[in-house]
Design a protein around this ligand. Sequence first.
Ligand code: APR
Length: 313
Amino acid sequence: MSTRKKIALIGAGNIGGELAALCAKKELGDIVLFDIPAKADYAKGKALDLEQNGSVLGYDAKVTGTGNWEDCAGASVLIITAGIPRKPGQSRDDLVATNLPIIRNVADNAKKYCPDAFVIVISNPLDAMVYEFKRRTGFAAEKVVGMAGVLDSARFCLFLAREAGVSQKDVRAMVLGGHGDDMVPVLSACTIDGVNATHLIAKDKLDAIIARTRGGGGEIVKLMGTSAYYAPASSAMAMAEAYLLDQKRLLPCAAYLTGQYGYNDLYMGVPVVIGSKGVEKILELELSDDEKTMLAKSAKSVQSVVDVVKAST
Ligand code: APR
């Protein structure tokens, strides 16, 4: 039996497939691509394609497709994309009715087969789905996170870089709060090689960038008819890598709040240090009054979806 770490990807669709490709190329471990029994052959086909890709690209990773949870047993990392993505005109919150029973089914199996995994939830509406996953499994808060902030921040960075006419590599920016239209791009922490972006980009342009970042997912859904998958997969891969390699990376993630920023019993995007213990630290940034107000609005939106989830048994 391989002694490589097992990475179980729950959902072998667009994000799951791209995640498998990235994790294999990075040789982060052996990969199990899981999907519902009706799509098990699809998952097996994708897995085979990716193993053959290893011959061309030269990586060592076993990729297995399956519809059987037993194949996920003992996974070190579990990344959940199970669910239905958005269609044009839908908000993430519109997905709650379809994706709630799915996340509950995944949570029950995860509890049984992968009790020691570091879990990254991607399914939408993200903050409510990760909340429900943790509530239902009873897993430790430091082992359950949601992927949204890395992706939203990447979108923010791209738009800032294009406006400033600089490389994306030189832009550092962070988006906090819920993964919805009220997300909070934190301008006070946004720099271009150390220089605050507000010194380099005019206010009206910054406002337009913030609006585009908030609608960044919807912009792609409108163009493609389904949601984005390359950047979402890379974002989750960065979080998994930080855990597996104990990198202590500071990444904005949906984390369980127990008083930080004034919020309790809620998952929301905050700056998190990820290492081998999972969420090792939640950083409390000093936010401007405007940012605090925006965060409160975002938290309220997240709470309203969580309330719907809690009310539905
Ligand atoms: N268990 C495992 N997989 C499931 C389950 C389940 N109970 N229910 C559905 N799936 C699978 C689907 O069969 C499908 O293959 O989840 C996969 C989702 O893949 P896509 O439809 O391609 O969706 P994707 O773009 O990968 O997005 C997945 O992430 O960003 C969010 O909003 C997005 O909630 C959506 C999720």
